[in-house]
Each structure stands twice: as structure tokens, then as C-alpha cells.
Design a protein around this ligand. Structure first.
Ligand code: PLP
Length: 486
């Protein structure tokens, strides 16, 4: 579709047209509690269109979008997998969709039961002692757990622990969360195999270390095989080990952060556990911790007492509340539906297929693209576009060209320790046919880079908008409709 056929409602406005109908007031007097200072003096200058024009506007907008329900989305580290529609059915059940968090607990026992058993499930999956569902995103979970680690050290009078160690391959939220939690983030180098460099870790770790944050498998999709040694190094100086479990796809059902020696973990229910993801919608980043850290969990927690579910506020060492009410219930409900519909065996299969799909893609794409760490990967892998860059085509150009074929591009230029990185995560929900189609596209683009580079350099050719000035869009976003030009 090009923009000419796009029915912009702003251009179609016709005074007096309406796309709503509101019943007329049948009370004696208008009830209006709004302070007059908040009431508009003049009506807002909004487009006036019919209901049909309005529907066409939003339908056309939705077609401009790219989502997991419209095409393959191998965006590394984002786990863009299929969100089963049964989750939506459950989330729409009256007893879940139409309740209010201020209702007396005896009227929402079902919702509390879901939260209780979701906590129990996540405890079993992570090998942690206790879980809180409050954090609303992965980064929020990281920050919450770091605040708990901080409270733990402070309670021990251990006030010198100001540093949080973070490998150079880590997700950008790790140093951000550490900084916001009041720590100094210190980088740990990767070695030539893409894993934590133990010598560098030993060099930076000391009794000022509050924690080490680690993703395992890391963002290169590589499993940190020295994890027990790493845990010992950090624990020996009195530090805590934090697990960034945003993408648990690779190991679910096989190995648990708790068994690897981690003290705290967050999960992204909007990644691994099929919460709808993208477009800035609500997320959920529950945290799990060991028995030692559990007293610091945000309150209230959910408990079962005398056969009924209740909120527990009596937690004197809790760091407080980190979110109004109890977390993003709708996303937590979807995650619980997913866990129960997969079952323990199903979740194990998820890991098998996520790893199998990633390795299949990796080995086929290696024909044309440089593979900096040519070993068995977990749920994702990272290619380098270095060879193509030497021919004058950047990874960014190739990513734009992928859009022309109807696929979402992989993550690019991350992780930072790989030049011209292309980070690919197919997820377990894709069929071999889709993977083969993607492979064909990638190989064709690589051929074009050699034989016909302009077609890649000028891409995308078939999208509604071409290359955007992303920096300007971020710095000077146009977020509000300013009315019509008169
Ligand atoms: C996505 C992701 C995060 C951050 O999660 P948000 O929900 O976006 O805050 C952290 N770490 C890793 C490895 C991730 O992939």
C-alpha cells in the first residue's frame, strides 16, 4: 500500500460528521465533578469523520505495522515467539477481566489463586525459594532485585559494597539498573570464546562487590560453562549472583538458575512465557530469590492461610512496594495459562526446539556470513557483517533489505563485542519451512551484496515508509495532533 491510498482521517474531516453515539442525558441535572480549570473552553479540534472512515483509518494503520502474527520476527534477545490465542480467551473471562484490585479479597479468590500458583510455577522453573510478581518489566525486575541485594548488604552493616560487575556482552538494561539502584557498574571482559574472562573477573572482584549480573546463556547464545567457578569467585568475596533470565527459552526444564548458584533472577513473562510483546505494551518481570534474600521481597506477597488466599503485608524487612497493586495481572494470567497448557514436558520441548532452530539457522547462514564464535549455540546466535562491510554494504543496509521480503530483521549492532553484529533468535514456534524461507532470503541478500550492492544499499523498496531518521524521531517525536492547518 502506498500513502496515496491511505485514508488519512485528518484529510477526510468533514464538519458535523460523527463516529460515536452517546445516549442523551435523562437525569434532571448534569452531574459534573470535574474542576472547571480542567474543562476545555473550546472543543478540541479533532477530525470529524464517520464510523466507517474511522475503522478504515485504524485498520490501515494496523496493516502498516509488523507483528508476530503477520510474519517471522527473528529479533535476537527479544524472543518474538507466537502468543497462543488461548491466553487471550482466558484473559477475557469475566471473573478475570472485570475485577478491580480494590475488591475485598474474598471476592477475588480465583485471581489470587492464579497469582499464587504462578509464583509456585516460577519457583519450580527457576529453582528459587520465593517469587514476587510485582515488577512490570525485565529492567524493573533487575532494579528491584538489586535494591534487595543492597538492603541485604546494608542490614549486615556491609556498606562498602558499591560495585556491580557486568560482562561486556550484557544487555544494556543491566548497567542502567545497577546505576539507578545506586551502584557503580564495572565491566568484566569476555574472552576469545565469547565467555566471561575468569582472569578479568578475578581482577575486578573484591569485597566492594555487591553483585555480579550474568545472562546464561549470554547474549551471544553461548552457555557459560564455568558458571560454578564464577559463582564461587563472587560468593567467596561475599557478593551476590544475579541472573538475567529475560530469555529462558534455551534452558527451561533442563537447568535452573538456582542450581547454578544464582541468588536472584528476573524472568520476562512477555518473552519466554508468551505475553504479547512489542509496541510498548505492558510487560511482566517477576523476580525470584533465595531464602536468604526472600525477606526483602516487595510487599505484599500472596499467601494461602486456612484454605483461603490473602495478601501478606506483615513483612518488616521488605524493600516496600515497587508497583501499584500486584503487578500486571493480565500478563501474569497469560503466562500462567501458557505454563499450564504446555506442562512440564512441553516447556522442556520448548527449550529443545528453540536450540535446534537456532543451530539449524546458524549452520546454514555460516555459508555466507562470518560466525565469530563457531560453536554450538543455545536459543540465539550472532553473525558478523564484517565481510559484507568490506564490500561497502553495512549490516544496517542488509537489515533494511530483509524488510522487502516481509520478514522482521534480526537485532543489529548488539551485542557490542561483535563488529557489525546480526543477532538472530528464531524461537521454537517457527516451522522448518519458515526457517528455510528466511535462509533463502539471507543467502540471496549476501549474493546481492557481491553482485548487485545498490539494491541492498537503497533498501527498503517496498515498505510504506523508507529509511527514517531514527535519531530525530527519538529526539523530536511528534506525539500530539495539533489540529488542522487553517
Ligand atoms: C529484554 C531483555 C531485558 C530487558 O527486559 P525489558 O522487559 O525490556 O525491560 C534484559 N535482559 C535481556 C537479556 C533481555 O533480552
Amino acid at each position: 500500500m502506498n500513502s496515496k491510498t491511505f485514508p488519512l482521517i485528518f484529510e477526510r474531516s468533514n464538519p458535523g460528521r460523527k463516529s460515536y453515539s452517546i445516549p442523551s442525558i435523562d437525569t434532571e441535572q448534569e452531574v459534573n465533578d470535574i474542576d472547571p480549570i480542567y474543562i476545555r473552553k473550546k472543543p478540541a479540534r479533532l477530525p470529524e469523520v464517520s464510523e466507517l472512515d474511522l475503522i478504515r483509518h485504524y485498520t490501515a494503520l494496523s496493516k502498516r505495522n509488523f507483528g508476530i502474527d503477520s510474519g517471522f520476527y527473528p529479533l535476537g534477545s527479544c524472543t518474538m515467539k507466537y502468543n497462543p490465542k488461548i491466553n487471550e480467551d482466558v484473559a477475557r473471562l469475566d471473573g478475570f477481566a472485570n475485577i478491580h484490585p480494590n475488591q475485598p479479597v474474598k471476592t477475588v479468590q480465583g485471581a489470587l489463586e492464579v497469582m499464587f500458583y504462578l509464583q509456585k510455577s516460577l519457583e519450580a522453573i527457576t529453582g528459587m525459594h520465593e517469587v514476587s510478581l510485582q515488577p512490570a518489566a525485565g529492567a524493573h525486575g533487575e532494579w528491584t532485585a538489586l535494591m534487595m541485594i543492597r538492603a541485604f548488604h546494608e542490614e549486615n552493616g556491609d556498606l562498602k559494597r558499591t560495585k556491580v560487575l557486568i560482562p561486556d556482552s550484557a544487555h544494556g538494561t543491566n548497567p542502567a539498573s545497577a546505576t539507578v539502584a545506586g551502584f557503580e557498574s564495572v565491566t568484566v571482559k569476555s574472552n576469545e570464546n565469547g565467555l566471561v574472562d575468569l582472569d578479568d573477573l578475578k581482577r575486578v572482584v573484591d569485597d566492594n562487590t555487591a553483585a555480579l549480573m550474568l545472562t546464561n546463556p549470554n547474549t551471544l547464545g553461548l552457555f557459560e560453562t564455568e558458571i560454578i567457578e564464577i559463582a564461587n569467585i563472587v560468593h567467596d568475596v561475599g557478593g551476590k549472583l544475579y541472573y538475567d533470565g529475560a530469555n529462558l527459552n534455551a534452558i527451561m526444564g533442563y537447568v535452573r538458575p538456582g542450581d547454578m548458584g544464582f541468588d536472584a533472577v528476573h524472568l520476562n513473562l512477555h518473552k519466554t512465557f508468551t505475553g504479547p510483546h512489542g509496541g510498548g505494551g505492558p510487560g511482566s518481570g517477576p523476580i525470584g530469590v533465595t531464602k536468604e534474600l526472600a525477606p526483602f521481597l516487595p510487599k505484599p506477597t500472596i499467601v494461602k492461610r486456612n484454605g483461603a488466599y490473602d495478601f501478606e503485608y506483615n513483612r518488616p524487612r521488605a524493600i516496600g512496594r515497587v508497583k501499584p497493586y500486584y503487578g500486571n495481572f493480565g500478563i501474569n494470567l497469560r503466562a500462567y495459562t501458557y505454563i499450564r497448557s504446555m506442562g512440564a514436558e512441553g516447556l522442556k520441548k520448548v527449550s529443545e526446539y528453540a536450540v535446534l532452530n537456532a543451530n539449524y539457522l546458524m549452520r546454514r547462514l555460516e555459508e555466507e556470513f562470518e560466525l565469530p564464535y563457531p560453536v554450538h549455540c543455545k536459543h540465539e546466535f550472532v553473525l558478523s557483517g564484517r565481510k559484507q562491510k568490506q564490500l561497502g554494504v553495512r549490516t544496517l543496509d542488509m537489515a533494511k533489505r530483509i524488510l522487502d521480503y516481509g520478514f522482521h530483521p534480526p537485532t543489529i549492532y548488539f551485542p557490542l563485542n561483535v563488529e557489525e553484529a546480526l543477532m538472530i533468535e528464531p524461537t521454537e514456534t517457527e516451522s522448518k519451512d519458515t526457517l528455510d524461507e528466511f535462509i533463502e532470503v539471507m543467502l540471496e541478500i549476501a549474493r546481492d551484496v557481491r553482485e548487485n550492492p545498490e539494491i541492498v544499499q537503497d533498501a527498503p523498496h517496498y515498505t510504506v515508509v523508507k529509511r527514517m531518521d531514527e535519531t530525530r524521531a527519538a529526539r523530536k517525536p511528534v506525539l500530539k495532533y495539533d489540529g488542522f492547518n487553517e
